[in-house]
Design a binder for this molecule. Structure first.
Ligand SMILES: C[S@@+](CC[C@H](N)C(=O)[O-])C[C@H]1O[C@@H](n2cnc3c(N)ncnc32)[C@H](O)[C@@H]1O
Length: 357
């Protein structure tokens, strides 16, 4: 019996003595059954299962509590970074809206600088990590994408909750825009300068911009649940966790040993020869995918292959448009994906159905 069904029956039996009898009258029984059916429908619409993939429309902090302790092999995720509207109350309409997305209207999404972002992200990640550490098996890896500016909040959140930080991977790419802004418009508005002084200053500072260097790398925090005094071999025997799979190769000829730098683009021969992961398919995102931060499937497959084994259960508590779930399906892993936003949850369902059809 599902929790909802039991709750429904209990609630109903409190108000209606018929149910407590062995044979409740037909009318009451029908009413109860109808009520249970609609509650189950509601519950089921928030959970979608296909093969070994389960995706859930819920707040991960709540849903994670329902999982068994020591039941997950690995967690790989791309969390909200708490920049502008991209926080744990991520609202797809507000995120996609052009207006009022920042204190300066023409700033791109995620550019607003606020010291509280670090504190809020740290506190949120600490909370998540405290729950997650019980759900992962000893030696299980916890990989989190992050941003160069907020990496420390993610890493410290994991560390303070008891994880060991093992490495920082770097996903390197070239297709990004410079975010530094010219200061000429700010100089022009300065009331303490004469026109001549303004012109001189604009000329003197024509090559200076606000401190936002073009970002060509995304750091990924690699944390691990402590092995509780077990050796690597003992964790492997007991839980099949703790070691990483070096049979996965990178480079143009797929013959180079994995490194903590990865790229999916051809950049230059020396770089590609050492760090290239096979390229993503240009059409993979899907034409109706409105999510703003979709990760490449090939990158997720690479991480899954290195940090887990076939048949492992992988968690993504911030599933977004379902990329991790598709990568798990492609690499023969089980997946539990959680997404708070109903629109993105439905996009994940659609992408998975398409992949499997
Ligand atoms: C960076 S996006 C993930 C994008 C994903 N990698 C993809 O390829 O589509 C983070 C996601 O976390 C979701 N989210 C934010 N807070 C959440 C929470 N408390 N529980 C579950 N999901 C949450 C957001 O709605 C957003 O879709």
């Amino acid at each position: 019996m599902t929790k909802t069904k039991k709750k429904c029956q209990e609630e109903f039996s409190n108000v209606n003595p018929h149910l407590k009898r062995k044979n409740p009258c037909k009318k009451v029984k029908e009413e109860v059954e109808q009520e249970i059916e609609s509650s189950d429908e509601e519950e089921n619409s928030k959970i979608f299962k296909i093969d070994d993939i389960t995706i859930v429309n819920a707040d991960c902090l709540n849903y994670l509590e329902t999982l068994d302790d020591n039941s997950l092999d690995c967690c790989i995720t791309d969390p909200p970074y708490f920049i502008d509207k991209l926080d744990n109350k991520w609202n797809s309409t507000k995120v996609t809206a052009r207006k009022n997305n920042s204190h300066i209207k023409h700033l791109p999404k995620g550019m607003k600088f606020d010291k509280n972002q670090v504190k809020e992200l740290y506190e949120f990640y600490f909370k998540l990590s405290k729950i997650l550490i019980n759900k992962l098996k000893p030696g299980g890896f916890f990989l989190s994408f992050s941003s160069p500016r907020l990496y420390h909040a993610i890493a410290m959140g994991c560390d303070a909750a008891g994880f060991e930080i093992r490495d920082m991977l770097n996903w390197v790419y070239t297709q990004s825009m410079s975010k530094g802004m010219s200061v000429s418009h700010i100089i022009r508005k300065n009331k303490n300068l004469t026109c001549k002084e303004k012109e001189e200053m604009i000329e003197a500072y024509k090559n200076f911009k606000t401190p936002m260097i073009r970002s060509c790398a995304e750091p990924i925090c690699v944390a691990v649940k402590p092995r509780n005094g077990m050796t690597y071999v003992e964790t492997e025997i007991n839980f099949k966790t703790g070691l990483i799979d070096f049979s996965n190769k990178v480079g143009i000829n797929s013959d180079k040993v994995i490194a903590n730098v990865m790229t999916l683009e051809e950049i230059n021969p020396a770089f590609d020869n050492n760090f290239l992961v096979s390229k993503p398919n240009k059409k993979e995102k899907g034409k109706d995918n409105t999510h703003v931060t979709v990760k490449p499937i090939k990158l997720m497959e690479h991480l899954i292959n290195v940090f887990s084994k076939k048949g492992a259960t992988i968690l993504d508590p911030f599933l977004g448009s379902g990329t991790t779930a598709i990568a798990c399906k492609n690499t023969k892993r089980k997946c539990i994906g959680i997404e708070l936003n109903y629109e993105y949850f439905n996009i994940s369902k659609y992408r998975l159905n398409k992949e499997l059809s």
